[in-house]
Ligand binder design. Structure first.
Ligand code: 6PG
Length: 468
């Protein structure tokens, strides 16, 4: 009895997380219905004395010190509700349940309200970093009751990834704030993955770069301002040999991307908020287009595409680096912009510099760039959009020539770069003091008397179009 921490769901993530907790000198008890998972944990724990597990829910709950701190690492959806119902009759007032999965934020709000009535604190707490992160230090994004967080804080701060000694976890806000932030993290993740793959396509098609050269390019980039987890693993991917053939593994992988929904939720909710995140939208659309392989193969035969012009490697690699840097900035810009509006809409009261800080290590979107982003929001925590940051303007300005070249080259040569071009169009539109949408207003008023505003005086106007 008197274990410090409980964990429900002993899949790979759960086992790694619980071992991480135990490594940090907290005693931890795991629970899973599957004997195999419980056994797997016991094997992995070896002779560690402070970790144990059971398939019996009573034993599990009785083993924990109160207030109990129980983390769920189970698939999002109904399973979370089942796990809660399973525990509920055995819990005491003041106990804490933490959902570490990618739950949809409104589900978290519902669960939090339901459990509050029963005197149980509920935390929706995104965990990022995959299996490796769970074991050695993830980025953790908790939201819920602020006072109850004090009980969880020492454990989370110990197990979280560290950026220059600072733990990549912080209390983010009430209710579903943590799940919401994790959802947007994933939207940014989708965008960065899409952008990384477009640049790969461009380098491969226009310069015939071999996988070895691609490995070198991404590896070099990872040592510069593009330093990031996704660029790092991309370099590693190009160096991986296939086990079944003598090819490189990347060339044997089918080009159909799967998704579990978090990117789509980010886009859907951005639409609800009225905040544009076109590069995230495009990343979701591209996974969808990729899935339509049979149709793509058919369509490919109907149309001819331009012969790709070959250009000087050095020049293209340098321009591609700038394009990737620019578009990574835009991916974060859109996600953070969404967070700043969601914060008001849902009463999360988010601090964007804290969020950028806890993303600097442990999570999938960790990158050198996030230190600069954290600083921009520390300087001005009311910044509505990163493009308005005086410290970012010169960084972005310096890449624009290359970005335009790359997008122009790609479109002329029939190489799809929808993520990158959406990032550029977003930038060009957001930084235009004048857009042609006066015409849309005129059309709306013309066909539907929807009225318009004028540039020279206040008020609402309507015209009988076509009449003198
Ligand atoms: C993380 C990831 C993770 C997510 C996967 C898969 O931060 O560790 O975001 O939570 O589940 O990336 O997402 P898709 O299957 O939708 O690509």
């Amino acid at each position: 009895t008197n274990y410090d921490f409980g964990l429900v769901g002993l899949g790979v993530m759960g086992r790694n997380f619980i071992l991480n907790v135990a490594d940090n000198n907290f005693s931890a008890f795991g629970y899973d219905l599957s004997v195999a998972q419980v056994e797997a944990l016991k094997v992995e724990a070896g002779d560690m004395k402070n970790v144990n597990a059971t398939t019996d829910v009573n034993t599990f709950v009785q083993a924990l010190a109160t207030p109990r701190k129980i983390m769920l690492l189970v698939p999002a959806g109904k399973i979370v509700d089942h796990a809660i119902e399973n525990l509920l009759p055995l819990l005491d007032k003041g106990d804490i349940i933490i959902d570490g999965g990618n739950s949809f934020f409104t589900d978290t709000d519902r669960r939090e309200a339901y459990l509050k009535e029963k005197g149980i604190h509920f935390f929706g707490s995104g965990v990022s970093g995959g299996a490796e992160g769970a074991r050695n230090g993830p980025s953790i994004m908790p939201g819920g009751d602020k006072e109850a967080y004090a009980h969880v804080k020492p454990i989370f701060e110990a197990v979280a990834a560290k950026y220059k000694g600072e733990p990549c976890v912080a209390y983010l806000g009430p209710k579903s704030a943590g799940n919401y932030v994790k959802m947007v993290h994933n939207g940014i993740e989708y965008a960065m993955m899409q952008l990384t793959s477009e640049i790969y396509d461009l380098l491969k098609k226009s310069c015939d770069l071999s996988n070895e050269e691609l490995h070198q390019v991404y590896d070099t980039w990872n040592k510069g301002r593009l330093q990031s987890f996704l660029v790092e693993i991309t370099a590693e991917i190009f160096a991986q040999k296939d086990e079944l053939t003598d090819a490189d593994l990347i060339d044997m992988i089918l080009d159909k991307a799967k998704q579990k929904g978090t990117g789509k939720w980010t886009s859907q909710n951005a639409m609800d908020l009225g905040i544009p995140v076109p590069t995230i939208d495009m990343a979701v659309s591209m996974r969808e287009i990729s899935a339509l392989k049979d149709e793509r193969v058919q369509a490919d035969q109907l149309y001819s595409r331009p012969e790709v012009a070959h250009i000087a490697k050095e020049q293209l690699i340098s321009q591609a680096e700038q394009a990737l840097y620019f578009s990574f900035i835009i991916a974060y810009t859109q996600g953070l912009h969404q967070l700043s509006y969601a914060s008001k809409e849902y009463g999360y009261d988010l601090d964007l510099s804290t969020i950028a800080k806890i993303w600097r290590a442990g999570c999938i979107i960790r990158a050198g760039l996030l230190a600069d982003i954290a600083e921009a929001y520390t300087t001005d925590n009311k910044l509505p959009n990163l493009l308005l940051s005086p410290s970012f303007a010169p960084k972005i300005q310096g890449t624009l020539l290359a970005v335009r070249e790359v997008v122009g080259f790609a479109s002329k040569n029939g190489i799809p770069v929808p993520g990158l071009s959406s990032a550029l169009s977003y930038f060009d539109a957001y930084t235009s003091s004048k857009l042609p949408l006066n015409l849309i207003q005129a059309q709306r008023d013309h066909f539907g008397s929807h009225t318009y505003e004028r540039t020279d005086q206040n008020g609402i106007f309507h015209t009988e179009w076509g009449k003198e």
